[in-house]
Ligand binder design. Structure first.
Ligand SMILES: CCCCCCCC/C=C\CCCCCCCC(=O)N[C@@H](Cc1ccc(O)cc1)C(=O)O
Length: 536
């Protein structure tokens, strides 16, 4: 059999997409009511696909090809017809498929049509080289006029976590609707706001005719929310092959916090110099299934539930002050009101006390310890059968003063504490190294200067990223990795990340564009700003 080469990423060009659509229509008409029926109907309808239908699709290839060329690689009516059709389906049994399609559509809209038409200068400038990496990630190289200057890199990502309208969003999560000065939608904070901010700033600076002296890269990953193993990892691989070393890297991961740190006068821009490690553990319990009328004294579900409860009731030890968060609070100390300013300046003495206060709030607790979140629990197939298998996934974010190895051994030997519970490590990595933030650190000082150019009285301090970002894959390319988005977050905003009503204010979005616009220019300055003259 001859295996044909097919185009890598275009639903317009792949005839299989139309066959999927035919299959979905046919199966939908038969209204499967459970997974078994769904599988059966899929197989039956697939077997009915005619050879002539396939032949017609292949014959229409030249027409599609011409349409894709006319759209400069962007979407054509063929793709949107398919998407519009899918939107009309009642997706009760296709729920996961729907989420996937909406994500792909969102993605596709960005990766082709939207980017080319919204940023025409970026895509036509001779100074900008654009390439797709692993089909969906983007790597831009913006050439500087002084090739001897070491380049830097900005990162953001286009993928998002799922969102469901059933979760009571104020506006549909994929509408991008504006309400009361806020743009709502999944990804507005994490992290399409940065994607658009960076590209808009680049568009404007090129339109103005500004030629940067220092060249820079922009990396837009497509799978950050699933570890960046295709996007960021392949961008890093390419840059390594090309012998690139980066002066600094700037990614998402921290922001300007206003009113989130209790007792602090005014907002503070926290440029994260490190990020926590992470691990996911799978806990499972197995036993033979049996009749629900004769239950054993303990079931798989009961045993696992008890183990999970022990995990929740026994948080990891307090480590506040022993990682980079210590430096962050000491840096901010003089901006806290009395007596917190005194307490924060003497963490060597008061760290245990502050830790007890901070752990009461879920956001600040993340700075105190390695966190433990039970995120998935699956068990049971029928309500009158004792489940033979129960599993739970535990997502942990590792404090900088702890190691992956230590976390695994604590969980294995003390907290889960039941040999019937099998523990498997799904993945894990150590906390990231701390990037420099002294007065000679170009990246840190330039980001700080750019913040101060926009907000002259802002407090700027090194911070800590409590989640994880694509930037962790770049640690062999640079020892100066910073995580900071120039958006102002207020109480309640932290819960919008991966939560409901994710949104960005118009001001935040405009600020983002302005920030990157200024950053491009600030990276060309010859001498670092004198830190003794700033406002901190
Ligand atoms: C005392 C100070 C309070 C700080 C409050 C923070 C407010 C919000 C400020 C900044 C935003 C932080 C944004 C973090 C970006 C997160 C990106 C992300 O969600 N990445 C995934 C990656 C991942 C990791 C592990 C997995 O198993 C899957 C995906 C993440 O979940 O971290």
């Amino acid at each position: 059999m001859n295996v044909l080469e097919w185009p890598s990423q275009s639903p317009d060009l792949n005839p299989i997409e139309n066959l999927w659509k035919d299959l979905k229509t046919a199966v939908h008409k038969r209204s499967p009511s459970n997974l078994t029926e769904l599988e059966l109907f899929c197989k039956e309808e697939w077997a009915k696909m005619s050879v002539s239908r396939c032949a017609n699709l292949v014959e229409s290839y030249p027409k599609r090809f011409a349409a894709v060329i006319a759209a400069k690689g962007g979407s054509t009516k063929y793709y949107f017809m398919l998407y519009e059709y899918l939107c009309t389906l009642d997706f009760s049994v296709f729920y996961f498929l729907k989420i996937m399609i909406i994500r792909v559509m969102y993605h596709f809209a960005f990766t082709s049509q939207l980017s080319v038409t919204s940023f025409p200068t970026v895509f036509s400038s001779s100074k900008v080289k654009h390439e797709l990496v692993a089909n969906y990630s983007h790597l831009f190289w913006v050439q500087g006029s002084r090739p001897e200057l070491q380049p830097y890199m900005l990162l953001a990502h286009t993928d998002v976590v799922p969102a469901s309208e059933d979760d009571a969003w104020e506006v549909p999560p994929f509408s991008g609707d504006e309400k009361d000065g806020f743009i709502y939608g999944r990804g507005t904070m994490d992290d399409k706001g940065s994607v658009m901010g960076i590209l808009a700033a680049l568009e404007y600076i090129l339109m103005k005719g500004y030629t940067p002296q220092r060249g820079f890269y922009i990396g837009l990953g497509h799978d950050e929310e699933v570890h960046g193993l295709n996007g960021a990892v392949n961008i890093v691989r390419l840059l390594k092959e090309r012998g690139v070393k980066l002066l600094f890297v700037l990614d998402e991961g921290s922001a300007i916090l206003d009113g989130i740190l209790k007792g602090l006068d005014g907002p503070a821009a926290l440029i994260a110099t490190s990020e926590k490690g992470a691990t996911v553990l799978k806990l499972s319990v197995s036993m033979p299934p049996s009749h629900a009328s004769m239950p054993p004294r303990e079931t798989t579900i009961g045993i696992l539930a008890a183990a999970v409860k022990r995990l929740e009731e026994n948080p990891m030890k307090r480590l506040f002050g022993l990682g980079p968060e210590g430096g962050m609070f000491e840096h901010l100390a003089h901006k806290f009101r009395f007596p917190l300013n005194f307490v924060m300046s003497n963490l060597w003495l008061f760290a245990p006390l502050i830790a007890r206060i901070m752990e009461r709030n879920e956001t600040t607790n993340a700075f105190v310890r390695t966190t433990t979140a039970v995120t998935m629990f699956n068990a049971g197939v029928k309500e009158n059968v004792i489940a033979s298998y129960a599993e739970a996934f535990v997502n942990m974010r590792i404090h900088s003063a702890q190691t992956l190895k230590e976390v695994h051994s604590v969980q294995r030997w003390s907290t889960v504490g039941d040999p019937r519970v099998k523990i498997e490590v799904v993945y894990g990595f150590d906390p990231l190294p701390i990037s420099p933030y002294d007065e000679t650190s170009f990246g840190f000082q330039i980001i700080k200067k750019t913040v101060l150019d926009m907000f002259p009285s802002m407090i700027v301090a090194p911070g800590m990223c409590i989640a994880n970002t694509d930037s962790r894959h770049f640690k062999d390319l640079s020892s100066s990795i910073y995580r900071f988005t120039p958006a102002i977050y207020k109480p309640g905003d932290a819960q919008r990340f991966h939560g409901i009503n994710e949104r960005t204010s118009r001001e935040n979005y405009e600020g983002m564009v302005q920030f990157f616009f200024r950053l491009f220019q600030n990276c060309d300055i010859k001498k670092l700003p004198d830190v003794s003259l700033d406002h901190n």
